[in-house]
Design a protein. Structure first.
Length: 408
């Protein structure tokens, strides 16, 4: 029977693989079988479905990837192991037919199965890329840093506004599907030099240019009662009724949301928030809301509550795949730091005392510090920098453990 020696280090790789398998199963079942609403389930027959279809697909691949890798580490490879992932996904989708708020779909089964197969493939490659020769490892560290640089550039590209060159309509306190209805009243709205009212825009091209330029938006309104979710106070829609730009309350927060390039590619739609701005507001209070963009992000204000430097950062990458609006701030902070740690982890894993690794360190520092502001991201916050350092240390620790294990 495998044992854990003094010091708490597990030395039996099969025991580690079994623990990884149990952990992946626990996470899969917890993530897929927990009720997420009160609506009755509806089976979805398409493969890539809805406004966030590709983000759902990617998340479903990632969800089953550790499961496939753990099976491979236990020696269970080939079509039969991939069939295990298919059967597990089918069982989950069948269970979801009776779980409120869950919508079983053909696409989930397809991408879960693909995730299992991908995990198998990565496990097969592990012997080649976990402990390569020193020169190859140093080159891999440089390649990983360049890839991290590319990811930062891709995030910046995806979070930029993507506004259609079509007709718009403006609405005050609109009653929209999947959003709360805010029982307030807008008095006036100006975007830069332009003033307009509900369902009336002065000029489509002017409004589009002002939105892309980040012209200051000012909204005067009378507050309604509090809401339990996101509610539009001011919203601009295209001619198909799709949201283009939204400002409104979400519980105690003031939210700014605009259509991004990520949304055009059917990824998730994160937002920008002024936390707790609505907390002191009571029904009937006068609201003075301001939104403007600067070189260092967005400035949002609500009466006396104001903050600048808001926006998307390097650590926001995960929100393009899955963005739960009501996670606590501390958990969002950890997830952002964890994303940056994941970008930095390969540098620690493959770093060697060679010129390629020195250059890789320079590239990674540039990706986290120098690159974000010029390409439209806010500066990398301290907690994300700490996450990057932890990622490097974790990678270096795994490298040291693997090298010790290989020498015994």
């Amino acid at each position: 029977m495998p044992t854990i020696p003094h010091g708490g280090v597990i030395r039996d790789p099969r025991l580690l693989a079994r623990l990884a398998l149990y952990a992946s199963l626990t996470f899969i079942l917890g993530a897929t079988l927990y009720p997420s609403g009160s609506e009755l389930p509806q089976f979805v027959g398409c493969v890539v479905c809805g406004a966030r279809g590709w983000s759902d697909a990617i998340v479903n691949v990632l969800l089953f990837l550790p499961f496939g890798a753990a099976l491979a580490a236990l020696g269970r490879t080939g079509p039969r192991s991939i069939l295990y992932g298919f059967a597990l996904s089918c069982a989950i989708e069948l269970s979801q037919t009776v779980i409120p708020g869950r919508d079983p779909s053909l696409g989930d089964v397809c991408f879960n199965t693909l995730g299992t197969a991908t995990g198998q493939w990565l496990a097969w490659l592990a012997d080649r890329w976990l402990v390569p020769a020193p020169r190859a490892a140093a080159r891999l560290s440089l390649l990983a840093a360049v890839a991290a640089l590319g990811v930062v550039g891709l995030i910046a590209h995806l979070v930029q506004p993507s506004l259609p060159a079509r007709d718009f309509s403006a609405w005050y306190t609109a009653d929209l599907p999947e959003l709360e209805w805010y029982h307030g009243r807008v008095l006036r709205t100006t975007l830069g030099p332009v003033a307009f009212g509900p369902n009336r825009l002065p000029d489509r091209d002017v409004v589009r240019r002002l939105l892309l330029e980040g012209a200051p938006l000012a909204i005067d309104a009378i507050a309604g009662r509090g809401v339990r979710g996101l509610a539009p106070l001011f919203v601009i829609e295209d001619e198909d009724g799709e949201e283009v730009f939204l400002v409104g309350p979400d519980r105690g927060d003031l939210v700014l949301r605009y259509r991004t390039r990520a949304a055009r590619w059917r990824l998730d739609q994160p937002d920008i928030r002024l936390r707790h701005a609505f907390a002191p507001v009571a029904s009937g209070d006068t609201l003075h809301i301001g939104v403007r963009r600067t070189d260092r992000g967005y400035c949002l204000s609500l009466n006396q509550v104001a903050r600048c430097g808001l926006g998307y950062s390097v650590g926001s990458g995960w929100t393009l795949l899955y963005y739960p609006r009501h996670l606590p701030v501390w958990l969002l902070t950890l997830l952002e730091a964890g994303w940056v740690a994941g970008l930095a982890f390969p540098l620690g894993l493959w770093g060697r005392r060679r010129p390629e690794t020195v250059l890789a360190v320079v590239v990674l520092i540039a990706a986290l510090i120098a690159l974000p502001p010029p390409i439209g991201l806010i500066g990398t916050p301290p907690h994300q920098m700490v996450g990057g350092a932890i990622g490097v240390l974790l990678g270096a620790g795994l490298q040291a453990w693997l090298r010790r294990r290989g020498s015994t």
